[in-house]
Design a protein around this ligand. Structure first.
Ligand SMILES: Cc1ncc(COP(=O)(O)O)c(C=O)c1O
Length: 440
């Protein structure tokens, strides 16, 4: 048989005699054994004596860096799987929630660090990371609801959440009643024993309508059901739903938690028992977070507080400037006295966030012209990043909804959603107001 390339490189690097091949083999086993012992003892971990291994082996078993005890940046464990000691250890993982060194769909050390950070931010027991905000939403709904259950949900929601409630869950025998989120009394009136969850997004995307979390939390507690809150717009910097009575707080972490428009991710925070149910669903449905994305989230987290302060400050200035412009019919920002729920915002938020709704006179056509004519603010869906983004919900993020769903979700045709970024606010005001001037 002819010599294969691989054989050639193996032989050319090794000894030529049979005996020395065996000796090298024995040596390599010894080295490997002591290497494994060191790993098992947890002493991380010097370079295996790689020169005693052949090239093909060395291309797979890389030298392992000695880990400093306290790296400031969390290492990225970009590994799908983890070596285990024995079969019994694997069996043990079957009973664990989020084992961090087994298989990355179950859990991962880098991801776990971020989960701990978000749990800590929310003051909850357990954080769970997801591949997207929608993975967090769908896993939570499917984990906590069963056939025959009803959900009472705020009617103003991110479009894919609304579609999930209106179209996906009914196929599992779960129905949703959409209620004006500003009308807490209506939630109480519609309560009955089949209702197994209250769901709310506040401030809501994109109407900026608010739900009274303390009142809904109390209603949920009295009926022994969970209040699930999408806190994406407010973030834990500005609003803390668990402290106001929510059982689960969830996020599109794609937005402010990441902060740099470079990650798609989601998370939930809840008590440990609820997290276990959601984690099982995440692991079965497969919406786990990639370790590199978790690392980016951890990196973004280091500037979260300063970013949020600047988002809050810039948005307040932008909202006031837009409110004064003659082409603007209405600005919807919880921090403005003109917001119909400003008093509630003052009670339940410690800052008003970076999202501003601006209803342009002239309806749909004027809204589209406005988002297409700015220079600093960019036309793009998504929000919560460093750049100011504009979008027109009726033709973009919420275009998939029907006319009646738009109306229920509080989306006038001229509404433009502004995700106020971190630029110099004077440039933002100049840019937005001159684009409005040009509408004439
Ligand atoms: C309030 C809200 N929740 C959930 C989502 C879904 O998040 P993702 O796009 O990360 O899946 C979004 C997306 O825009 C959102 O705005």
């Amino acid at each position: 048989m002819g010599k294969r390339d691989g054989d050639f490189s193996f032989r050319s690097l090794g000894d030529s005699t049979e005996h020395s091949d065996l000796q090298a083999h024995a040596n390599s086993i010894e080295v490997l054994q002591s290497f494994l012992e060191r790993i098992v003892r947890g002493s991380m971990m010097t370079q295996p004596k790689s020169q005693s291994h052949r090239l093909a082996t060395r291309t797979i078993h890389h030298p392992v860096a000695e880990l400093p005890s306290q790296p400031l940046a969390t290492p990225i464990y970009q590994s799908s799987t983890f070596r285990v000691e024995d079969a019994a250890t694997v069996a043990g993982y079957a009973h664990e929630v989020c084992p961090q060194a087994f298989y990355t769909r179950w859990g991962n050390p880098t991801v776990e660090v971020w989960e701990k950070v978000v749990a800590d931010l929310e003051g909850g027991e357990k954080g769970l990371a997801f591949a997207s905000g929608m993975a967090a939403v769908s896993s939570t709904l499917l984990a906590l609801l069963s056939p025959g259950d009803r959900v009472l949900s705020g009617a103003s929601l991110y479009s894919a959440t609304m579609k999930t409630l209106a179209e996906v869950l009914p196929r599992q025998g779960i129905t949703t009643e959409f209620i004006d989120p500003t009308d807490t009394g209506a939630f109480a009136e519609r309560m009955d024993p089949a209702v197994r969850m209250i769901y709310a997004e506040t401030p809501a995307n994109p109407s900026m309508q608010m739900a009274d979390l303390a009142a809904l939390g109390e209603l949920a507690r009295r009926n022994d059901i969970p209040l699930v809150v999408d806190n994406t717009f407010a973030t834990p910097w500005n609003q803390r739903p668990l402290e106001l009575g929510a059982a689960v707080v969830l996020y599109s972490a794609t937005k402010y938690l990441s902060g740099h428009s470079d990650v798609v991710a989601g998370c939930t925070v809840s008590d440990a028992a609820t997290a276990e149910r959601i984690w099982k669903q995440r692991t079965l449905l497969g919406g786990c977070l990639d370790p590199f994305a978790a690392w980016l989230l951890l990196r973004g987290m280091k500037t979260f507080a300063v970013r949020m302060d600047r988002h809050n400050a810039n948005a307040a200035v932008v909202a006031e400037a837009l409110e004064k412009h003659p082409r603007v019919e209405r600005v919807i920002y919880p921090g403005l006295e003109s917001h119909p729920q400003h008093e509630l915002a003052k009670r339940q938020m410690s800052g008003y966030g970076g999202m501003v709704g601006c209803v342009v006179g002239g309806g749909r056509a004027a809204g589209i012209r406005f988002v297409e004519s700015t220079e600093v603010a960019l036309l793009a869906v998504s929000l919560g990043g460093t750049e100011t983004l504009l979008e027109h919900p009726a033709s973009m993020s919420h275009a998939m909804l029907s006319d009646s769903q738009w109306e229920r979700a509080g989306i006038p045709p001229g509404l433009v959603r502004v995700s106020v970024g971190l630029e110099d606010v004077r440039d933002l005001v100049d840019d937005l107001t001159s684009a409005l001037d040009r509408l004439d």
